[in-house]
Design a protein around this ligand. Structure first.
Ligand SMILES: C[S@@+](CC[C@H](N)C(=O)[O-])C[C@H]1O[C@@H](n2cnc3c(N)ncnc32)[C@H](O)[C@@H]1O
Length: 255
């Protein structure tokens, strides 16, 4: 059987939005690819923090000229896994959002549960879940938002490779593998992709189908992970620069 034709070029962009901390940055090229392949009408993200994932979904919408509405839901307060943080993070994210995506992107500052009523059943084509990472929390997020997905609906779960510190996304993803077609990347804390809808677009099905041939799948997998590593390195470098600057700022105050 001939290998399905796959266009990986959308993953390759002249520039990416990269900030730190780094783990999600390794999936940024895939974010462009999946937005182009799905051409979603609506994208919802649960858990945005500084925007490594969300702003790349938004840039993808813009770069590919799509007519997509995007929504980022977060309290912008943090949680016990990633730590709690101050209001300056929301202000930075809000400013970037208003400057770059005033026409199609909305930030919803609330809990995920509180945001549910704002979305009609069957209305979301791409849902990214990246909030609190215990088994119970991610199961709750998936089950409550599942009815909101359209028949083209795809769910992405971050941190499927993390097995320490009471993270349970890996375990919930094991449950999902018995219920839906899924594929996943192990790099950058892992990203699980769940094909929930009955009418998933061809290109996404074609990538999923590559799993039947280990060598083809490994080629696609390594294309995404190698490109992703470049983004992750950039995120780590930004983290080091920021740490150096805050050290210097402290030094000036002492002087
Ligand atoms: C791991 S961070 C998201 C990282 C982000 N996707 C990225 O690319 O860097 C998790 C975020 O989820 C938010 N969060 C966790 N549980 C939440 C809940 N139940 N409702 C709203 N926000 C929540 C936290 O405030 C935090 O900003």
């Amino acid at each position: 059987m001939a290998a399905p034709l796959l266009n990986l070029m959308p993953a390759l962009q002249d520039s990416y939005y990269v900030t730190y901390p780094g783990p999600w940055a390794g999936h940024i090229p895939f974010a462009y690819w999946v937005v182009n392949a799905l051409k979603p009408s609506t994208i919802v993200e649960l858990g945005t923090f500084r925007g490594n994932s969300y702003f790349n979904f938004c840039h993808a919408v813009q770069n590919f000229g799509l007519n997509t509405k995007t929504y980022a839901v977060d309290t912008w307060e943090g949680d016990e896994h990633g730590g709690f943080y101050g209001g300056h993070i929301f202000r930075e994210v809000d400013a970037y959002n208003s400057n770059h995506f005033p026409d199609f992107s909305t930030l919803i500052r609330s809990t995920f549960d509180e945001a549910l009523d704002g979305f009609a059943d069957g209305s979301i084509d791409l849902l990214h879940i990246d909030g609190f990472h215990t088994y119970e929390a991610v199961k709750n997020d998936f089950e409550k938002w599942r009815p909101k997905l359209s028949d083209r609906g795809v769910v992405i779960l971050h941190d499927t490779s993390v097995i320490k510190n009471n993270f349970g996304v890996w375990r919930f993803f094991e449950d999902l593998k018995h219920q839906y077609p899924c594929f996943w990347f192990t790099h950058s804390n892992g990203l699980g992709v769940v094909l929930v809808g009955k009418n998933i677009p061809e290109e996404v099905l074609a990538l999923n189908a590559l799993q039947a041939d280990n060598s083809l799948w490994m080629q696609a997998f390594s294309a995404f992970s190698r490109l992703g590593r470049l983004c992750e390195n950039e995120a780590d470098a930004q983290g080091r620069i920021d740490a150096d600057f805050s050290h210097l700022r402290q030094f000036r105050v002492i002087l």
